[in-house]
Design a protein around this ligand. Sequence first.
Ligand code: ZN
Ligand code: ZN
Length: 244
Amino acid sequence: MRDNHLHTHHSYDSDADFKDYLENYEGELVTTEHYDLSNPYSKQDDVPDYEAYSEEIAALNAQYGNRIKRGIEIGYFQPREADILSFLADKDYDLKLLSVHHNGVNDYLDEEVADMDKDAIMQEYLDKLEYAIGRVEADVLAHFDYGFRLFDVTVEELKAYEAQLRRIFQKMIDHDLAFELNSKSMYLYDHEHLYLYALGLVKELGCHKYSIGSDGHKLEHFRLQFDRIQQILDEFGIGEREII
Ligand SMILES: [Zn+2]
Ligand SMILES: [Zn+2]
């Protein structure tokens, strides 16, 4: 299976080169570069340069046997929706991830968020995620737990949001988005148990579209724990044809 969530230097927070991945893996690559408007972390609009990105990929594809596809990670932020839609209108990507990364004041990974009220942050984030689905066309709902990555959350605690999670995942299915297993969330932020719980819900709702991504920003994290993820997919009876 392909790593469907990966960054290079075309993202504001990565220095990785395509060759880091190309020379350490023989299969197909897709990178999903950050597009985050009004990013409170960088205090700017982070927009991948479509021309430079496309040109670099075309050159590498000629050299490495057409192994790279083009992708984007769309950081949805409601006040900038019109700008997001107009940016995407004339671009052609093979894979689009839908994410919610910030609330205009904080990225949910900002250190100070860890000291804020867990329930208030979780509720705010889930409301934004629920709203974002369907507002822009995409293929994958990325890291459903991004807003609470910094928190230790038990399955019991997450169950308090089960009704809303069911609405979110139903909306995801209705909009034909894949559910992402984000191995950075699962193994670097120790949220595997939350993904196992969420998988139970999405399966029950009839989801047949899944995407596996490391969210790697460097070679060390590329295809992180994909063997373990394969085991989980087998345990849940998720077959190859359900994986995009
Ligand atoms: Zn992200
Ligand atoms: Zn990412």
